[in-house]
Ligand binder design. Structure first.
Ligand code: FMN
Length: 224
């Protein structure tokens, strides 16, 4: 697969076929994902693949609680923006109406998606350098999410689609108990994985380069 093409078209996949993903496919993807970078090469990430129907059902039930609140707020915000501008595409730069509806379908069917991979991180083995700045620390996550994205890309190489989610992190104590995750691990993401029910998209909605990259000073956009 062409690396650039895949980077430009790796979506949060919302619709899945019911077919299970074979264990060897997960193994192959993990075998590439593990080469992602981490601070000090401390390797804090563990993946737990949940396919057991009862456990998926429980995760789906917990997920719906924050999702239904988010969905209500996102729908109301979208409608307000639309009414204000008279433009149905007003929310496109954030999450379009269609994306929110698809994400709701994804949430309502979460228990049926073939696998939920819990990305866990041993916090002692992350290397946050921004804990004394009087703001939310973000650097610890940098030892975790490159590998998570690697996993999503490696699964894509096997024809498997994914959706990175974080709402279930609100239920970390319950999730850890349900899945026997040791005390020292935090839950960093819950990645839904399965064969896509629709073809992968060719285009995603993102800010242009000029809005996200700069040269020498933040007021000097990077241009071609
Ligand atoms: C850090 C992070 C957390 C996310 N959490 C959720 C989530 O809890 N539920 C969900 O449906 N999607 C979640 N997403 C998916 C985003 O909503 C999605 O990537 C975004 O809307 C862009 O969609 P696209 O990649 O298909 O264009 C998350 C994505 C990221 C990167």
């Amino acid at each position: 697969m062409d690396l650039i093409e895949v980077m430009r078209s790796q979506p949060a996949n919302r619709f899945y076929k019911p077919d299970p993903v074979p264990q060897e496919v997960f193994y192959k993807a993990m075998d590439s994902a593990r080469f992602g970078p981490q601070g000090g090469n401390r390797q804090p990430v563990r993946f737990l693949i949940v396919t057991d129907p009862d456990k998926r059902a429980q995760l789906a039930e917990w997920y719906m609680q924050p999702w239904s609140v988010y969905y209500e707020q996102a729908s109301a915000a979208g409608e307000a923006l639309e009414a204000e501008s008279g433009d149905a595409k007003a929310t496109k730069a954030v999450m379009s109406k269609a994306s929110i509806v698809a994400a709701n379908d994804f949430a309502e069917n979460l228990a049926s998606h073939p696998a939920i991979i819990v990305a866990c991180a041993e916090l002692e083995e992350t290397h946050p350098t921004d804990t004394d700045l009087g703001r939310l620390s973000i650097v610890g996550g940098a030892s975790v999410y490159p590998i998570v994205q690697n996993l999503c890309l490696a699964l894509r190489n096997e024809g498997v689609a994914t959706t990175l989610t974080t709402l279930l992190c609100l239920f970390e104590p319950q999730v850890k108990e349900l899945l026997g995750i040791p005390e020292q691990y935090a839950t960093a993401a819950h990645i839904v994985a399965g064969y896509p029910a629709k073809p992968f998209p060719t285009k995603l909605t993102r800010h242009p380069v000029e809005e996200i990259a700069f040269m020498d000073s933040f007021d000097n956009p990077l241009t071609a």
